[in-house]
Design a binder for this molecule. Structure first.
Ligand code: VGL
Ligand code: ZN
Length: 245
């Protein structure tokens, strides 16, 4: 199937016929000062602000923005791991209290480790770096999704952490609103945009599109695009090609 364009009336998933009575939602991922001009700025970050602003102006039924919203001393910060360097790696495990609270087996925690990139401190709750970049404003969105709020859990996806211990209200919002098509833009393409889109497509409830012109990544290798495409996510190259019906 050709995923380069939103379909006119094709069913990608059972029960969903895109283009007939679409309910279109936009997810703007982590368009925050630290990721664009601050401590964890992606290459060429400022140039993505205008395309994202243009996309926000298209006639979506619903618009959501996520914000990375970490407490000081977050597990993903290199500064939290003495002796470790920024952009180094370590293995992190699901916190025992959260595993217990979920009613999951705590004896397997040791097998559930994940490799974690250690980032510079970024998007600390309430700081300037955690604000949406100017000229994007929170009042343009129907809801703001905060993620990475637990000190011990990394959360790239706007839906949930990789262990499924903490979920945001995004899934519920999209289901409540009967969304059929979800469009994703923002930063970073190889982390939070990718993980959010990969989670979105797995729900099998809405078609998922990522608009390349509205995305910048930490790495310039571009491996995320093949990963997303293979998962069935539609890649739309430019804002001009994005026709929101
Ligand atoms: C992100 C690295 C660390 C992102 C968040 O928004 O893609 N990347 N925290
Ligand atoms: Zn983060």
């Amino acid at each position: 199937m050709d995923h380069s364009q939103p379909p006119d009336s094709v069913s990608l998933y059972p029960g969903i016929t895109a283009g007939v009575n679409p309910v279109n939602a936009l997810l703007v991922v982590d368009m925050q000062v630290d990721f664009l001009t601050g401590s964890l700025a992606v290459p060429d970050g400022p140039s993505v602000v205008d395309p994202v602003k243009d996309i926000i102006g298209l006639p979506f039924h619903f618009r959501y923005a996520s914000k990375d919203w970490h407490p000081r001393g977050h597990i993903s910060f290199a500064s939290t791991h003495p002796g470790k360097e920024v952009f180094g790696r370590t293995t992190i495990y699901p916190p025992e209290d959260l595993v217990k609270a979920k009613g999951q087996d705590t004896s397997t925690i040791g097998e559930r480790g994940l490799e974690q990139v250690l980032w510079p401190d970024h998007c600390v709750q309430g700081t300037l770096g955690a604000q949406l970049i100017d000229p994007l404003h929170e009042d343009r969105f129907d809801a703001i999704i905060l993620k990475g709020v637990d000190p011990g859990v990394e959360c790239y996806s706007a839906f949930k952490d990789p262990w499924g211990l903490l979920v945001t209200n995004l899934e519920e919002l999209l289901k409540e609103r009967g969304v059929t098509d979800l469009y994703v833009v923002g930063v970073a393409g190889d982390y939070c945009v990718k993980e959010s889109a990969m989670d979105a497509i797995k729900f099998n409830v809405w078609n998922t599109w990522v608009v390349k012109e509205g995305v910048r990544s930490v790495s310039t290798e571009g491996k995320e695009w093949e990963t997303m495409k293979s998962a069935g996510i539609g890649i739309i190259d430019t804002v001009r090609e994005l026709k929101v019906k």
